[in-house]
Design a binder for this molecule. Sequence first.
Ligand code: SAM
Length: 247
Amino acid sequence: RGVLYVVATPIGNLADISERARNTLNTVDLIAAEDTRESGRLLAHLGVSARLVSCHEHNAESCCARVLEALGEGRDVALVSDAGTPLVSDPGYELVSAARAADFSVVPVPGPSALICALSAAGLPSDRFVFLGFPPRGQSQRLELFESLAAEPGTLILYESGKRAVATLRDLAAVLGERRAVVARELTKRFETFLSATPAALAERLEDDAEQRLGELVILVEGQRGEAAPDRAEQERVLRILAEALP
Ligand code: SAM
């Protein structure tokens, strides 16, 4: 039976490809790629000439069928996305879960991911974090999401496009107020930039300077610090115990 390898690829700097990723891409029979043209460029750079099959969110079913068939015939397949780790705000979930359901081995070949890359150098607390992927595009859903996380102590990490970053930072400012935040842009690339300020100040900075909206970016916001909000259920439990203990 074939093996499905989930292979992380660089998020900008091609030198970040791992030796194991390179070897895996060189030896598999088939590469399932989000965008065959985009991955074709990376594969050409690596000198890999495996057969490519397109696997994106609009053809998940036919892609799964093709890949499972290849695995069933004993051929090894690598899943890659345009950049970073597949399944992280990228296609692949249906394929991995179908391969596991059919009892094929699924082997991760780890490597870059923009969220971990940003967190590792942003200077915000990293012991606990919540990854939100891309926030909803509608403002009311976005505000609702941020409100549901207002008491979260972990660092919040979001993916966003340069075009929508100012609106998202404004909503973060409106709901979460004055907190430390970071915009990590163009990671591993020539114009890599980390801007640190409050969400409101970052919104203003990006609004005023179009260059800071170019390329790809990750937004990080510190979680709620200090006194944790009282836990009602816990308070009630303690009160019940005390009431029972009283004569
Ligand atoms: N699978 C990828 C990963 O593991 O990070 C994420 C793919 S998602 C479609 C693309 C988003 O990731 C971008 O909009 C941006 O928020 C973030 N991103 C990817 N590469 C980046 C980079 N070099 N610098 C900053 N953000 C990046």
